[in-house]
Design a protein around this ligand. Sequence first.
Ligand SMILES: NC(=O)c1ccc[n+]([C@@H]2O[C@H](COP(=O)([O-])OP(=O)(O)OC[C@H]3O[C@@H](n4cnc5c(N)ncnc54)[C@H](OP(=O)(O)O)[C@@H]3O)[C@@H](O)[C@H]2O)c1
Length: 145
Amino acid sequence: MTRLVLPRMLERSKGVIVNMSSFAGYNPIPFITLYSATKAFVDFFSRGLNAEYRKQGVIVQSVQPYLVKTKMTKIRKQSLFVPTPETFVKYALNTVGLESQTSGYPSHSLMAWFSRTLPKWYRMKLLVDNCLKARARNLKKQKEN
Ligand SMILES: NC(=O)c1ccc[n+]([C@@H]2O[C@H](COP(=O)([O-])OP(=O)(O)OC[C@H]3O[C@@H](n4cnc5c(N)ncnc54)[C@H](OP(=O)(O)O)[C@@H]3O)[C@@H](O)[C@H]2O)c1
């Protein structure tokens, strides 16, 4: 996609590319490790390109949300920490041109900030514990169906 759109943007010295990374892209998420690694790629790719092309008028932004109520997450209820896609996008678009790397949504930025205050080993321990619990729940559900 970048190959397709970037040359025309450079000709016009204008353009915005918004790439969807994830909070899983700045902290490895065990048991969805491959997903997490691809999101780290998206983040590095976007930030690198932004540094290369910003002065030529093209913005490349890396968006790193926590959970959003979408088909992918299968979350049914929105909440303060789980916005609908429409709400998320409304907030995230306001960050274009201001933040090259963003959580995109106020409560997600708060979680990102808080998460970064924790020691890395403890952050990873929490993630492993939570992911193991979620995995056990899903395996149980699969057995029941
Ligand atoms: N939801 C979250 O909590 C969350 C958190 C962090 C990051 N993200 C990232 O945000 C992005 C969007 O996620 P989402 O939650 O909105 O997922 P989603 O509800 O599953 O939506 C994915 C969208 O991508 C389209 N799509 C899937 N495969 C495609 C393909 N091969 N070619 C063209 N379009 C394709 C789908 O089209 P159809 O509707 O036609 O299937 C759908 O519109 C992803 O990159 C995800 O990693 C999401």
